[in-house]
Design a protein around this ligand. Structure first.
Ligand SMILES: Nc1nc2c(ncn2[C@@H]2O[C@H](COP(=O)(O)OP(=O)(O)OP(=O)(O)O)[C@@H](O)[C@H]2O)c(=O)[nH]1
Length: 963
């Protein structure tokens, strides 16, 4: 006989919905609760329910039984209380429920199936029948039959509360978990075989620890997440609410459509908001979260209670959800709708786990080290860490710096950015960078080839260092017996020379290579390189002057380069000379003279009188012998350093190089810094052509295609092609590094400030010099000019040699000024500059260039105005005129009052208005000025509310000179 679904549901003690879902699970197509189902189906469904509920029951019961009663201990005593309620559904005698319990126990005792199959069908009627069977099994039960379930000592712990409780608390007519068949259902529960399985219809599902749950669970309103969820334990079967009678059985269809309603705002990830379906507000607690992303995930917006530690709330809980769905399979009905594919969910997850930095979503790093070359761009960094360069630009923008993706970025900026993204940025040092480059060509720089037997002694290379005017050049001059001082512009050594001299020590002729480094502060960089490229430093200290700032600086360079020092105490011919004082002073800096028990050799010399020179040379040789192993392999491709380079009009680029190891020969293919070429000719320090330059020999090399930088290393390579490749790579790297260094970075704040002022000011320069050293020194000195942020200086090009037409056209195009240092224009460059209005400045002294540039920069500053009060007049009387309006009859009490000048009206010390003097009269005459002590009449522009005793103060804005 056909029955309607709701009728059968009622009969079975289920909700129509539950029954519908069961039917669907069985493959029966039933549209709604009022649909009819045929008898065979009714039978099938009853059987199914009976079968399933039997083993699962125990767990389901506790789920609500426990909470219903305050304590599980109350289970047994509470059991009796259950009686009255249980019967109700059974719609029969109150005694019936009691027998139901025995039935439960009986069922498992014998294979549950038969008992169940019989029992569920007729709830009320069969219960009594079952009772007798059960009763004997519970003979020692409490006197009350209701307690019969308890006799089963084997009942699992969880089932205890359930056993007693299941039936009792239920206010609803449906007693047992499944089917309201007290007997069968409960019996099944008692079996104590909790099924963790994934049968969605089993009312147990091992969820015995369920908390009291208000109806409507799963709607997101429930405060009480499940305890297991909190621990992050996987949810068995995902049965959110298995078999809780009186509530709809959860199934995927009941889950919220949207996978992550808690992802509010797109930025707050998951957080507490989690999936409301699982108790919404409760959030997905931390256990399952991803602490790694906690930083940005935060507790999320969605949920009130998401524990902060939850961080990336979407943890296992989230996945539990999908697991649940999996467990339910399709049985849950229309769950498929709106569900996201695995791929979608993965993408979503990936997206979520990327935190936002400055509003940009970027996957965070893992703290690993990223090596970048100097002057790397954001694109380079992006490539290494696999993100979009544009997002890095945006991050940096949000950090307050504006750079584009391909622009060279300063090291510190890269490091800050790296730290923000959780990477350690390691900017490769120039040395490492170069070594790596050479290694890529299978070249090893800096090591002698071969073994000990291949090494031969070489002369020490010596750098002379010291304070300005302490006599470095004069001393070298004396040693070489030449005189270069006379030719110097401004009296400062501005080029580097290297010379080799010979001296006799212990009857042996020993050679020493001297490198003359300039003494001016501006050449610090070159001097530092000089110290590094040599073996021993001779520190020149004038005996009459003592230790000076640059003496210390030079000393520190030498120490940093771990170069032994020999002190030349110069100018001892002078009366004021105090060599002992110099020794004492230097002792304080760690240079203890040998005679005082130290290990530094001090030699008193006089460059002018040429005394002590031999002793100095001997001291150099002895120091070298004592502390250095000066040997090199002369039979290998030469390697060394370019000490100085310049562009010679007739000979092209000329580089003075010092060979460190190997022997340089004419015809060798060499690369020096970013210059390359083939050695066309070599000239020694005597001006003679040589064909070979062994270790420690300085020579001028001709044949390079461009001018190398002072301090650049040089090496002989296999062929011209390799030389060119290395040079090109070096050049591009240098350019990037230079760009990062010289481009003045503007922060947003600065930019906004400047934009507010209406313009940004930048002085662009093109530097041309006679040698690489001087151009470098000039650029460094110019970079040191500090006149604040309002104007900036940018060197857009630099080079060695004459000012060319190319330079002029670049200057014209970029509105730059050309600075020529010891160079002049070439060809039609002057005419071009004149017609294009390009400013070319010529200098031979570095200071003059610095001063001019500084003045130019200051000239670009906006004028500063300050107010200057010119006079004050007191209003003594007020006249009204139909022609002039209100006239103030005044006495000038200070300074003078001029017509049209700016004025302010002051009443009782308070400025009433600011205006200007519209008319000024003495007697009846218009005047331009009235001085102190005179009376006058005046009117104020657009203001007539004047009173006697008011003071009119006139002032003007005067341009103020900048400091
Ligand atoms: N009386 C005396 N004067 C000396 C001696 N050595 C150098 N001078 C003078 O000191 C001045 C500076 O000498 P330089 O050799 O140009 O000094 P420097 O250290 O090379 O100077 P910069 O090139 O500017 O760094 C010159 O006027 C020299 O004549 C010396 O031994 N005795």
């Amino acid at each position: 006989m056909a029955v309607r679904v709701y009728e059968l549901a009622k009969e079975l003690g289920l909700e129509s919905k539950e029954l519908l879902s069961t039917l669907k699970g069985m493959g029966e197509f039933v549209r709604s609760a009022s649909s009819t189902i045929e008898a065979p189906v009714v039978r099938k469904v009853k059987e199914k329910l009976a079968t399933e509920s039997a083993p699962a029951a125990p767990a389901a019961a506790p789920a609500k039984a426990a909470p219903a009663r305050t304590a599980p201990s109350g289970a047994r005593p509470a059991a009796p209380a259950a009686k009255p309620s249980t019967p109700a559904p059974a719609a029969s005698a109150p005694a019936q429920p009691q027998p139901a319990a025995p039935t439960q126990s009986a069922a498992p005792a014998q294979s549950a199936a038969p008992a169940q199959s019989a029992a569920p069908a007729r709830p009320a009627a069969q219960a009594p029948a079952a009772a007798p069977r059960a009763t004997p099994q519970a003979p020692s039960a409490t006197p009350r039959p209701s307690a019969t379930p308890q006799p089963r000592p084997s009942a699992p712990q969880q089932s205890r509360p359930s056993t007693g409780g299941t039936p009792t608390p239920r206010p609803m007519p449906r007693p047992g978990g499944t089917g309201g068949v007290p007997g069968a259902g409960n019996a099944a529960r008692r079996t104590g075989t909790p099924r963790p399985g994934n049968n969605p219809f089993a009312s147990s599902q091992g969820m015995g620890v369920r908390r009291p749950r208000p109806e409507g669970a799963g709607t997101g309103t429930a405060p009480g997440g499940r305890p297991d969820a909190r621990t992050g334990a996987p949810r068995p079967g995902g049965s959110a609410r298995p078999g809780v009678p009186g509530m709809p059985r959860p199934n995927p269809a009941m889950m919220p459509r949207q996978a992550n309603p808690g992802l509010g705002g797109g930025q707050t990830r998951t957080g507490g908001g989690g999936r409301p379906g699982f108790g919404g507000g409760q959030g997905r607690p931390g256990g399952a979260g991803r602490p790694g992303f906690g930083g940005n995930a935060g507790p999320g917006r969605g949920g009130p209670g998401g524990p902060p530690t939850g961080g990336g709330g979407r943890g296992r809980g989230g996945r539990g959800g999908s697991g649940t769905q999996g467990a339910f399979g399709r049985a849950g009905g229309p769950a498929k709708r709106g569900r996201k594919s695995k791929k979608q969910r993965r993408q979503e997850f990936d997206q979520m786990e990327a935190p936002t930095i400055g509003g940009v979503r970027i996957r965070p790093g893992d703290g690993s080290t990223v090596r970048l070359r100097r002057g790397a761009s954001l694109t380079d960094l992006a490539e290494k860490i696999g993100v979009d360069p544009a997002s890095l630009v945006q991050v940096l923008f949000n950090l307050g710096e504006m750079v584009n993706a391909t622009q060279s970025v300063a090291d510190d900026t890269l490091q800050v950015l790296g730290a923000e993204l959780n990477y350690t940025i390691e900017v490769v040092s120039p040395e490492d960078e170069d070594r790596e480059l050479l290694e890529s060509f299978d070249i090893e720089f800096g090591e002698d080839e071969g073994g000990e037997e291949d090494l031969a002694p070489r002369p020490p290379a010596v750098t002379v260092m010291g304070h300005v005017d302490h006599g470095k050049t004069k001393l070298l001059d004396a040693i070489r017996n030449t005189n270069v001082v006379a030719g110097e512009a401004g009296g400062i050594t501005q080029a580097i020379g290297a010379y080799q001299v010979a001296t006799e020590v212990d009857g042996q002729e020993r050679k020493i290579t001297f490198i003359d480094t300039p003494g001016h502060e501006a050449f610090t960089a070159m001097r530092a390189r000089g110290a590094k490229s040599t073996d021993i430093a001779v520190l020149v200290v004038a005996a009459d002057d003592g230790v000076m700032p640059q003496t210390i600086e030079a000393l520190n360079h030498a120490k940093a380069a771990e170069v032994p020092i020999v002190v030349a105490v110069n100018k001892i011919d002078k009366e004021s000379a105090d060599p002992t004082k110099v020794r004492g002073q230097l002792t304080e800096f760690g240079l203890v003279p040998e005679e005082y028990g130290g290990d530094t050799m001090f030699v008193d010399v006089s460059a002018t009188a040429r005394t002590g020179l031999d002793e100095l040379l001997e001291a150099v040789v002895l120091t070298a012998d004592a502390s250095l192993d000066l040997r090199a392999n002369p039979d290998m491709p030469a390697q060394g350093v370019a000490i100085e380079a310049h562009l010679d009009k007739g000979r092209g680029p000329v580089a003075t190089v010092l060979v460190h190891r190997g022997t340089l020969r004419t015809g060798d293919s060499i690369v020096a810094g970013s210059a390359h070429g083939r050695v066309r000719a070599m000239i020694n320090d005597q001006g003679e052509q040589v064909t070979e330059a062994p270790p420690s020999m300085p020579v001028q090399v001709l044949g390079l295609t461009s001018v190398p930088g002072a301090g650049d290393n040089f090496l002989v390579v296999e062929d011209d092609r390799m030389a060119r490749q290395i040079a090109d790579k070096r050049e591009s790297r240098q350019r990037a590094a230079l760009l990062a260094k010289t481009t003045r970075r503007k922060t947003l704040d600065q930019l906004f400030e400047q934009l507010e002022k209406g313009e940004t000011q930048e002085l662009k320069l093109i530097l041309k010099g006679d040698s690489a050293g001087s151009v470098e020194a000039l650029e460094d000195a110019l970079a040191g000019i500090d006149i604040g942020d309002e104007v900036s200086l940018r060197v857009i090009d630099r080079g060695v040699g004459a000012i060319t037409e190319t330079n002029v056209s670049l200057a014209e195009a970029s509105d730059a000024v050309i600075i020529g240092f010891n160079v002049r224009p070439q060809g039609k460059a002057t005419q071009m500059a004149d017609s294009a209005g390009v400013d070319i400045r010529y200098y031979s002294v570095i200071y003059a260039a610095i001063d001019d540039v500084e003045a130019a920069l200051k000239g670009m500053l906006k004028p500063i105005f300050e107010e200057k009060v010119s006079g004050q007049a007191e209003i003594r009387e007020i006249f009204r005129s139909s022609k002039f309006g209100t006239i103030a009859g005044c006495m000038v009490i200070d300074g003078s009052i001029r017509r049209n000048s700016k004025a302010r009206l002051i009443r009782d010390g308070v400025v009433v208005t600011e205006t200007s003097i519209a008319s000024l009269r003495r007697e009846k005459d218009d005047v331009t000025e009235v001085r102190e002590g005179y009376e006058c009449g005046m009117t104020l522009a657009n203001y007539s509310d004047i009173k006697v005793d008011d003071v009119i103060e006139t002032f003007e804005m005067v341009e103020k000179a900048r400091d």
